[in-house]
Design a binder for this molecule. Structure first.
Ligand SMILES: Cc1cc2nc3c(=O)[nH]c(=O)nc-3n(C[C@H](O)[C@H](O)[C@H](O)COP(=O)(O)OP(=O)(O)OC[C@H]3O[C@@H](n4cnc5c(N)ncnc54)[C@H](O)[C@@H]3O)c2cc1C
Length: 330
């Protein structure tokens, strides 16, 4: 999902908002729905510090949002059960990004514009490989050598293995289960994407099913060997949540289950920084379950770093990432 409410973490509100217009433009250029403008609704018990801080930041930045009281929530989204002390924080400009389609469309657009794509598994880099503090080349597992003036490593949950001097013990990969339930088209009316922490989910998009996931960090996971079968306990928990919040959907048949991984930093902030021992290497990642939406803003910041027109900045510095998890970005 893409949304701008981040409590007081203003940089993410700003980057999500800047990125949204890029996603919309890519969606329009590709002719495929890369962005579904569903809106995003945070359901919360009042008062919520996270929502109050989000409202302050979004007001300052002229990013649209509406506060909906319980009666209004029930009227607009009758599929939801809402208690009297609950309310909604609705971001009408938010929505769903079709991540895989977005990356593929962008890649084919870049290729058409002359960017060369090479495919291969790059071997880990070490500080000792540097000549005068710079990396001359990387090698792939199949023995190919790739020379470059600058390198950007954006290796998701493998970042600590590829750049151990920068990221060892600073990346916390967790196993996350996602469930899709088969619901009739129209059964959820105009329901937007919703968050009701720790759960969040999507109305059925492109017929895929009603998505429910728990955002709580799961067990530590190895992205190569993690068990990709979702658990019966996870499904039960999702159904118990549905029974409370969306009772008419609690018995819907499962249409799909996925096991993904979050690649978390200690506190949830992204990492975008220079490698500590190699001046021409940039280390980028730690999406921490919220990183995709910021892609365009992250990309433009990296381009400035590589060009030398910007400097690495907080809160993205490697040195500010601890070796113990203490989640601060929601
Ligand atoms: C269940 C779930 C829900 C999420 N929900 C949201 C959301 O609602 N909104 C949001 O904004 N974000 C969300 N995220 C987070 C988001 O998906 C990630 O932060 C983002 O996709 C990370 O992108 P990345 O490019 O850094 O890493 P990845 O997408 O993991 O890409 C890393 C790439 O590096 C390549 N690679 C690795 N090792 C090597 C090597 N040795 N040589 C060459 N290539 C290599 C891999 O093949 C891969 O292509 C969610 C994540 C999960 C798991």
């Amino acid at each position: 999902m893409t949304r701008c409410g981040y409590g007081g973490k203003e940089i993410y509100s700003e980057w999500a908002w800047r990125s949204l217009s890029e996603w919309q433009a890519l969606s329009a250029r590709s002719g495929l729905p890369i962005f579904h403008p569903t809106g995003v609704l945070w359901v919360h018990t009042q008062p919520s510090e996270l929502v109050q801080a989000s409202a302050r930041v979004l007001s300052r930045k002229n990013i649209p949002f509406t506060l909906l009281q319980a009666d209004e929530l029930r009227r607009r989204f009758p599929v939801m059960r809402v208690a009297n002390d609950e309310a909604g924080f609705l971001e009408p400009a938010g929505g769903a990004l079709m991540a895989r389609r977005a990356v593929q469309s962008l890649a084919s657009e870049l290729k058409a514009n002359g960017v060369t794509f090479l495919s291969g598994e790059v071997s880990p880099i070490r500080r000792e490989q540097g000549e005068n503090g710079a990396l001359a080349a990387v090698t792939t597992k199949s023995g190919e050598r790739i020379d470059a003036d600058q390198f950007v490593f954006a290796c998701g949950p493998w970042l600590d293995r590829i750049c151990p001097d920068a990221m060892a013990n600073r990346l916390f990969v967790t196993r996350q289960e996602v469930f899709f339930f088969s619901v009739d088209a129209g059964a959820t009316g105009a329901l937007p994407i919703w968050a009701d922490l720790p759960f969040y989910g999507f109305p059925s998009l492109e017929g895929r099913g009603f998505k429910v996931a728990n955002d709580t960090h799961g067990a530590p996971a190895n992205p190569d060997t993690v068990d990709r079968r979702a658990s019966a306990a996870g499904e039960e928990e999702a159904r118990a949540f549905l029974a409370r919040r969306f009772p008419s959907l609690a018995k819907a048949p499962l249409s799909e289950m996925r096991v993904c991984q979050y690649e978390n930093s200690s506190n949830g902030d992204l990492v975008i920084d220079r490698h500590p021992g190699l001046d021409n290497v940039w280390v980028v990642g730690c999406g921490s379950g919220h990183g995709f939406k910021h892609g365009p803003a992250v990309g433009s910041h990296i381009a400035e770093l590589v060009a030398g027109t910007a400097k690495p900045r907080d809160p993205f510095l490697i040195a500010s990432k601890l070796r113990q998890q203490d989640r601060g970005v929601q």
